[in-house]
Design a binder for this molecule. Structure first.
Ligand code: PNS
Length: 168
């Protein structure tokens, strides 16, 4: 039985994330989607909100669960008996950063990383861009799950949030 993890910030989850998680779920027996608790960076959504949106978007995938983690990813992997990290690659721009993390995770704990090429129709989709488009009233349907689109509209409509939503 091979257990894998799709880690990330997911602020907010996009259909690019859903694509990668769905394809990773077909490759591994058990898949955890792990949302980073980042003390140094406040997001637009709380970690609990991101977990909730991911659980809603991924509810059809029976071998997938969604959790949050703090600290090193490899420590979470060890605690959960996870041996593989599954990550999407959207373009060459992702490669250097992702490769460095993959090599560090292997060095730290022997955790392997498997890269999946993002589906071409979603390779331009990033959480930071989605937030920017939504902040200025652009249409994000087709880029994020429907619950996320609703939550974005609600959050960015809150007083004091729309003009200063966090990046990332
Ligand atoms: O969606 P992101 O922001 O690209 O995800 C990055 C993430 C969460 C996978 C990465 O920052 C991470 O694993 N952070 C946990 C801390 C850690 O293990 N750092 C060393 C990575 S080599």
């Amino acid at each position: 039985m091979v257990r894998a993890v799709c880690p990330g910030s997911f602020d907010p989850p996009t259909l690019g994330h859903v694509d990668i998680v769905g394809r990773a779920a077909a490759l591994f027996d058990d898949l955890t989607v792990a949302v980073l608790v980042n003390e140094r960076k406040a997001g637009l959504f709380t970690v609990d909100e991101r977990v909730e949106m991911l659980r809603d978007a991924l509810q059809q995938l029976t071998n997938v669960r969604v959790e949050s983690f703090a600290g090193l990813l490899v420590d979470f992997c060890t605690a959960q008996r996870i041996t593989v990290v599954a990550k999407g690659l959207r373009s060459g721009a992702d490669v250097d950063y992702e490769l460095q993390m993959a090599q560090m995770n292997h060095r730290l704990a022997g955790v392997e990383t498997v890269f999946l090429p993002t589906s071409p129709g979603l390779s331009f989709v990033a959480s930071s861009l989605v937030k920017e488009v939504a902040r200025f009233g652009g249409d994000v349907s087709g880029l994020v799950p429907s619950m996320v689109a609703e939550r974005l509209a609600d959050r960015l409509g809150e007083p004091g949030v729309g003009g200063s939503a966090a990046g990332g």
